[in-house]
Design a protein around this ligand. Structure first.
Ligand SMILES: [Zn+2]
Length: 323
């Protein structure tokens, strides 16, 4: 396998990187020291901005009660994990929380919530449809410049860090925005997980995407070099639990909890598991496609359940305390 020498933002070493996949103008590389996977160069800021602006334009047309219900269930899980550090007067910063469903659920628990995001369309929705206490358009750096004295009890950053060109700058901003002893809830995709390949819909999506984008793609290569869920210019980084923990420890945090979670769990409810009843119902339809998808997902669900037991679920949640 070809290699290149490159600085790793995550373990802060200049080290050999394996080149896993080639795109037309860039490469997917893996740090030989910490296993972090990223690109050897990043798309132009304009291109990244384009992807992130109006990302949820279609979803911001109408209030989605199902999304609200899911966010509420997830927030119950988060609060259980971070009690007793939370009181009704606690302040929370939701970084990159888009349409504000999670912000809203935290707010309903009596937590004073500030939502920051780059996307003006999503923020408008969060302000008018969700009545979020405070919304701010910009980056964490923009916020720090405007409010250098503001500090929060809790920072919530769900599936955002993989979108940011420089996660090091983000984590340094998060550190500055937290009170000492403040809590960070950080979530991202698990690059070591094979769950994406065990759900029919996600497998099809990533297989087609990579087939189109990578010069040297094959499904076997992907099985041996999982890179979930790198997808430039959308996702620019792929972490695993080990290197994400090292990254946080090196940047002034103490790890309270670190684990993976699966599709269909309360933290990732929008890709539900296929139940035995659903499988039986699909057999009754005699639709070849429906039977194929439901069988794949039902048996895939078993394997995914076991994978998650070994921290190979598709998502990572880390609860860390600022030292
Ligand atoms: Zn590294």
């Amino acid at each position: 396998m070809k290699t290149m020498t490159k600085d790793c933002l995550i373990c802060r070493t200049r080290t050999n990187h394996s080149i896993l996949f080639y795109l037309l103008e860039l490469n997917i590389v893996k740090c030989r020291n910490c296993g972090h996977k990223t690109l050897d160069k990043y798309p132009e800021p304009v291109e990244i901005k384009e992807v992130n602006t109006g990302m949820y334009q279609r979803l911001s047309k109408e209030y989605d009660f199902q999304k609200y219900k899911w966010a509420k269930e997830s927030v119950d899980v988060y609060l259980k994990k971070i009690q007793p550090q939370v009181s009704r007067n606690s302040s929370l910063l939701d970084i990159g929380g888009g349409l504000g469903y999670y912000s809203k659920a935290f707010q309903e628990k009596g937590i004073k919530t500030t939502l920051i995001d780059l996307d003006i369309v999503s923020l408008e929705f969060a302000k008018t449809k969700q009545n979020i206490d405070e919304v701010f358009q910009g980056t964490t750096l923009d916020f720090l410049i405007k409010y250098p004295q503001r500090k929060f009890d809790i920072i919530f950053c769900r599936h955002v860090i993989e979108h940011i060109e420089n996660p090091l700058l983000l984590i340094q901003d998060i550190n500055m925005l937290l009170k000492s002893d403040g809590i960070l809830i950080l979530e991202t995709d698990n690059s070591k997980s094979h769950e994406i390949l065990l759900n029919y819909g996600t497998k099809k999506f990533y297989h087609n995407l990579y087939k189109e984008k990578f010069v040297n793609y094959s499904l076997t290569k992907l099985v041996f070099n999982p890179i979930f869920a790198l997808d430039p210019p959308r996702h620019l980084h792929a972490f695993d639990i080990k290197n994400l923990k090292i990254f946080l420890i090196n940047n002034g945090f103490k790890i309270k909890e670190a684990q993976s979670y699966s599709f269909g769990s309360k933290l990732w409810p929008n890709i539900p598991n296929t139940s035995f009843k659903q499988l039986l119902n699909s057999l009754k339809t005699f639709s070849k496609k429906s039977i194929k998808i439901n069988t794949y997902n039902f048996f895939g669900g078993f394997i995914r359940y076991i994978l998650n037991k070994y921290n190979r679920g598709a998502g990572i949640i880390i609860i860390a305390k600022k030292l």
